[in-house]
Design a protein around this ligand. Structure first.
Ligand code: HSE
Length: 352
């Protein structure tokens, strides 16, 4: 399995670190033997070697000088390919899409996916944009071209929120899904319960690296809203769009309301919810007051959690990290393993 990584920021490097350190363990467990042949990043540079790149050297350069310029030359090394050329012209079978996405348009990642599918290449990614904006179109295109589309890390990073619902809980109808899907706002609420101001709590969440580059997406609920749209489309089979989701930002909640709830043994949580009702799907992201008995009320700090209300299996709650370099890198690894099995299956069918 030959990989091209588009975007070599925290997520791309997180995956590369895992591959550099744990390739042998994963090969023994799954039979998957990935090799990174290309990295394309508009900031730190681009490398392509059809025989594979030395990940230890790449990671060292990224961490120390923030540029791939000093990566040693060889007869097969090509430098400077942009993302589109990397997709089309390299010998990679799988494109790891980890570029920065404009969440309003899903671009350029949507175009990267379409280009990869047309070139019969698989895609794994953690970008929310393309799945929230164009899941139906992209999943159909992937199927038409006989390639794999992986997106586990778009919701709750390495905590397998999507795979749990799509595989382990198969056969259930989800009547309701409720989740704490944004670490920044849950961290802020936890700090504000202890008396910290909204602004100090946000500043701390930014310092700890939980918040998006522009934290508006976190505090106004857009980040959780896109995750709700992804859950509705990929887990519940409902073609919900961002405009269908009611959204209320965290700022509407007063510090006094948080303290009053605390005195009553209750907690405000920024919840993403999707419900099947007689009038169709109802989805929202907003602060909701929870009793202490609610399974999501005890989730503290930047931790995420999701409860699937299943018609057969009952309520099932999963809790874990919603962000992080290693965790999001792991989400990509889990998609790569799934893609490996998909490729093996295809090979068997072709050989029959
Ligand atoms: N800013 C996001 C959060 C990161 O706080 O959860 C993961 O999408």
């Amino acid at each position: 399995m030959k990989l091209a990584i588009l975007g070599f920021g925290v997520v791309g490097q997180g995956l590369a670190e895992i591959l550099a350190n744990q390739c042998e363990k994963t090969r023994q467990q799954t039979g998957m033997a990935p090799k990174v042949v290309a990295i394309s990043d508009f900031k730190i540079g681009s490398l392509y070697d059809p025989n594979g790149l030395d990940l230890d050297k790449v990671l060292h350069l990224a961490a120390t000088v923030g540029s791939l310029e000093d990566y040693p030359n060889s007869a097969t090394l090509v430098r400077g390919l942009d993302a589109m050329t990397t997709i089309v012209q390299t010998n990679a079978d799988v494109i790891v899409e980890a570029t920065f996405t404009d969440i309003k348009t899903g671009e350029p990642a949507i175009t990267h996916c379409k280009t990869a599918f047309a070139a019969k290449k698989h895609v794994v990614m953690t970008n929310k944009g393309p799945i929230a904006m164009a899941y139906k179109q992209l999943s159909e295109l992937a199927a038409e071209n006989g390639v794999y589309l992986g997106f586990e890390g778009t919701v709750m990073s390495g905590t397998p929120a999507l795979r749990l619902a799509r595989t382990a809980l198969i056969g259930n109808t989800f009547t309701e899904v409720n989740g704490i899907l944004n670490g920044t706002t849950n961290y802020m609420l936890t700090q504000m319960e202890d008396g910290m101001s909204y602004h100090d709590a946000l500043k701390q969440a930014q310092e700890k690296g939980y918040a998006e580059a522009d934290p508006t997406s976190d505090v106004e609920g857009y980040d959780a809203l896109y995750k709700i749209v992804i859950l509705a489309n990929t887990v519940m089979g409902e073609a919900l769009t961002p405009d269908d989701v009611e959204r209320v930002g965290l700022k509407t909640l007063l510090a006094a309301e948080i303290q009053t709830a605390k005195q009553q043994g209750k907690r405000w949580k920024m919840l993403g919810t999707i419900r099947r009702t007689a009038d169709g799907m109802k989805a929202a992201v907003k602060p909701i007051l929870l009793d202490s008995s609610h399974p999501l009320s005890s989730i503290d700090g930047a931790t995420n959690a999701i409860t699937y209300s299943c018609d057969l299996a009952g309520d099932i709650t999963l809790t874990g990290a919603g962000a992080g370099k290693k965790e999001t890198g792991y989400a990509l690894l889990s998609d790569l393993v799934d893609c490996h099995f998909f490729m093996e299956e295809n090979r068997k069918v072709t050989n029959q």
